[in-house]
Design a binder for this molecule. Structure first.
Ligand SMILES: [Zn+2]
Length: 450
């Protein structure tokens, strides 16, 4: 196989460079991102004979582009290629090259979004255009969506589109980020396919006490002291692991050594193993993918040095596994709070979501496997769950089979990929771009019966 440096720049590489230069930085404020520029950039590429193109968004600045290539058989399934166009902010001082320069250096495109996820979005646009230029239309329909606001939770992007323009953006099958980075293991190359995502039961715990003058501490009931005890109790949480279906399938497909496999399938053993395993990234991921996690991350107490606070707010990042509801989380919190529960209010944040999972045995899975085998005949696709969230969750919630995937060259390993997410010196190689350009159209043709 050729190395990255010997592959000529391709159409999706050039589009990726242009998208990076737009700098659609989403700070989480409604007045950021300005992804309409990305929709306008991609539009001429996909506006081809037979393609229906629309732009939707809550404001003129936050538009998403939807391109539809109708199939010949109305009863055939629809595949959505779902890419986001926004990126997270940068600290330019940490970068070796201009984060918004989109420079191509020795076969690698540098810049914010090169990995997350403009490489995927750009290659999907090119693959969609290739599908539109085919001589024979596919029985099933293909939709390409370049959506805003994924990095702030999708409220103005995929979530908004499904709420307001469901017919335009709904599909039976969805492909989006992340996955397809070669994992070189003793039992051969594996290609992770994200079929499930944990939920986020983010909540605010309001701890109540009684305010008073700081010079006479015993007159009050110090809410901050109580909150410190609440944090301590939350930190003692040590649940058993949950061996859910996706995890079982992941462990089986990875082909770990027997001893490690036994640990990873033992609900009582994973946490201890993870606490001491030398590969901290792998251990933390294995722990997070099998446990409900609680992380108290923000403490807010308004007041003055000479005033005993009567009220303190604590924000907790809680991540749930498939099947774990907010009711279940509330029970856990009440149990941990114990005798302090009567002074603590629990309020879940409005943008929390439950875990989602798609079946592994699906026509989309087999299409992904076959398309991947054309490039890596000896590799095995591995179903995986992620502790994070992507736009796929909105579609799984609506019943679509949704996977996070991609296809990267041997030069871009899983560890590099993970390390570059939201980090400095994000870059992707030209060879990976070429692989993905072909991947998306191969999957579409296979799945939709071309
Ligand atoms: Zn992303």
């Amino acid at each position: 196989m050729a190395t990255a440096g010997t592959i000529a720049p391709n159409r999706s590489t050039e589009l990726l460079q242009q998208m990076i230069r737009l700098g659609c930085v989403n700070t989480g404020h409604a007045d950021s991102g300005f992804e309409t520029r990305a929709a306008d950039l991609v539009r001429p590429l996909v506006e081809l004979p037979g393609v229906e193109v629309e732009q939707f968004g809550p404001t003129p600045e936050r538009q998403s582009l939807i391109a539809r290539l109708p199939g010949t058989d109305p009863t055939a399934p629809t595949l959505l290629l779902l890419g986001h166009t926004d990126v997270v902010p940068v600290d330019p001082a940490d970068w070796r090259h201009d984060p918004f320069g989109g420079e191509l250096i020795d076969g690698w495109v540098w810049g914010r979004g090169a990995i997350d996820m403009l490489c995927v979005t750009a290659s999907m646009a090119v693959a969609f255009a290739d599908l539109a230029r085919r001589d024979h239309a596919l029985p099933g329909s293909v939709v390409f969506a370049a959506v805003a606001d994924e990095e702030a939770g999708g409220e103005l992007g995929a979530d908004w589109l499904l709420r307001n323009h469901r017919d335009a953006v709904m599909a039976d099958y969805v492909l989006t980020e992340c996955g397809g980075t070669p994992l070189h293991t003793p039992s051969g190359m594996k290609l992770p396919v994200l079929v499930a995502e944990k939920g986020a039961a983010w909540c605010t715990l309001t701890v109540h006490g009684t305010a008073g003058h700081g010079s006479t501490p015993i007159i009050g009931d110090n809410a901050l002291v109580k909150a410190a005890e609440v944090v301590r109790r939350l930190a003692t949480y040590r649940p058993l692991g949950v061996i859910h279906d996706t995890w079982r399938a992941y462990v089986a497909a990875m082909g770990f050594e027997a001893e490690l496999e036994a640990i990873l399938l033992d609900p009582a053993a994973i946490a201890d193993w993870a606490a001491h395993h030398h590969d901290r990234g792998f251990a933390a991921d294995c722990h997070a993918c099998t446990h409900l996690t609680l992380s108290p991350n923000v403490l807010r107490a308004d007041g003055k040095t000479n005033t005993i606070p009567g009220r303190v707010e604590l924000e907790v990042d809680i991540r749930t596994l498939p099947g774990q509801t907010q009711g279940h989380v509330r029970e856990i919190l009440l149990d941990l709070l114990g005798d302090l529960a009567s002074s603590v209010e629990i309020e879940f944040m409005a943008d929390a979501w439950e875990a989602t999972a798609s079946p592994v045995a699906s026509p989309l899975w087999h299409a992904v496997e076959r398309a991947s085998a054309r490039v890596y005949p000896d590799a095995r696709c591995v179903p995986a769950i992620t502790p994070g969230g992507t736009d796929a969750r909105f579609y799984r919630r609506e019943g679509a089979t949704s996977y996070g995937y991609g296809l990267f060259s041997r030069e871009l390993t899983f560890d590099d990929y993970v390390a570059m997410f939201h980090a400095a010196n994000e870059r992707v190689d030209v060879h990976s771009m070429a692989l993905m350009e072909t991947l998306w159209s191969d999957i579409a043709v296979d799945l939709l019966g071309g």
